[in-house]
Design a protein around this ligand. Structure first.
Ligand code: DAH
Length: 349
């Protein structure tokens, strides 16, 4: 009997050596430990033995079952390990490979400039207001002292939608809207950022769509000195503390007097260079004292109230500040250009 048990043990050992998959292991297991298997057959022979022999053979048989189970368990662990190693080998990650890179979005340079200017004016007590991009002829022109047929309309070639509706050519209509909407006719201090549209052939300095920030202050006793002081603060905040500004007479239908504002060159400090074309000054915006006709058209009494207005071009500010030479760069979505203005990336470097 013992020989049979030993023989069976060796047989199982031998079989297990050749097992290389879980499927094969299960087959061996089912065969040897199953009801119709050789171990089961040996136990059925017990009935013919004496009590003494039964005890001895029974315990040897139990031992065999335990050993066979143990051997099979060992093979199962070996197979699992092999499988794990195979997968680790196959799915291994080479941490030395270059990464694909994580791309962060960034705030558009124009938005950064607009944010910066908004912040400055809000700190001086201004409100930020908006107006519609599809505007009426009334607000875009007429209320701003540009009646139909006025030659100054030619300077702002427009996208008309109907006779009376157009894409606004400037943010100045928001001045008129703000004055009109203020039914109490109380003082006003606002800036109005937004997109404007003009029929233009796009090139390095012209775009059919661009942005403006309108400024408007209406109060009693507002003078040109207030305008100059305000724009000086603006120029120094945006272009540097050493900047000076210069006012030159100009013409806009909605202001009287009208002024063109120059800032001392941020590149050469005023000595003269290629950026300022040797003059030491760079034109940055248009402004003036609100025309009495505009005040009247929007319900304000020009005898009681005066005001100033200005129109900033954020593209021009950004181009001067960052040395951008082509206005189209703001609108062509070239990621390389936009990434140069990535504040997150910039702060890491
Ligand atoms: N709206 C003018 C333009 O688009 C800019 C401008 C000039 C706005 C003078 C003003 C101003 O408020 O006072 O050319």
């Amino acid at each position: 009997m013992n020989e049979k048990i030993n023989g069976l043990k060796q047989e199982v050992e031998q079989k297990l050596k050749n097992v290389s998959t879980m499927k094969e292991l299960n087959e061996v297991k089912t065969f040897y430990l199953g009801k119709k298997g050789p171990i089961s057959a040996l136990s059925s022979m017990m009935k013919d033995l004496s009590v003494e022999e039964k005890r001895e053979f029974g315990s040897a048989l139990n031992k065999l079952k335990q050993e066979v189970n143990l051997m099979m368990e060992e093979v199962r662990i070996r197979l699992e390990e092999e499988e794990l190693n195979r997968r680790l080998e196959k799915e291994k990650i080479d941490v030395t490979l270059p990464s694909t890179g994580v791309h962060f979005g960034s705030v558009h340079p124009l938005t950064q400039i607009i944010d910066e200017i908004e912040e400055l004016f809000v700190s001086m007590g201004y409100d930020v207001v908006e107006g519609p991009e599809v505007e009426t002829d009334l607000y875009n022109f007429e209320k701003l002292n540009l009646p139909k047929g006025h030659p100054a309309r030619d300077a702002q070639d427009s996208f008309y939608i109907t006779e009376e509706l157009l894409l606004r050519t400037q943010t100045s209509p928001v001045q008129a809207r703000t004055m009109d909407a203020n039914t109490e006719k109380t003082p006003i201090r606002v800036i109005c950022p937004g997109k404007v549209y003009r029929r233009d052939d796009d090139d390095a300095t012209h775009s059919h769509q661009f942005t403006q920030i309108e400024g408007l202050v209406i109060d009693k006793d507002i003078s040109l000195a207030d305008l100059k002081g305000t724009l000086e603060v603006f120029a120094r905040k945006v272009f540097g503390e050493d900047r000076e500004i210069r006012l030159r007479p100009s013409f806009f239908p909605f202001t009287e007097p009208s002024l063109e504002v120059d800032v001392s060159c941020m590149k050469c400090g005023g000595k003269g260079c290629s950026v300022c074309k040797g003059t030491g000054w760079i034109e940055i915006l248009g402004s003036g004292m609100v025309h009495p006709n505009v005040l009247r058209a929007c319900g304000y009494d020009p005898e009681k109230y005066t005001g100033f207005a200005f129109g900033i071009g954020p593209e021009r500010v950004a181009m001067l500040k960052y040395g951008i030479s082509d206005i189209r760069a703001f609108y062509t979505n070239d990621k390389r250009f936009l990434e140069d203005f990535n504040r997150v990336k910039g702060s890491e470097e």
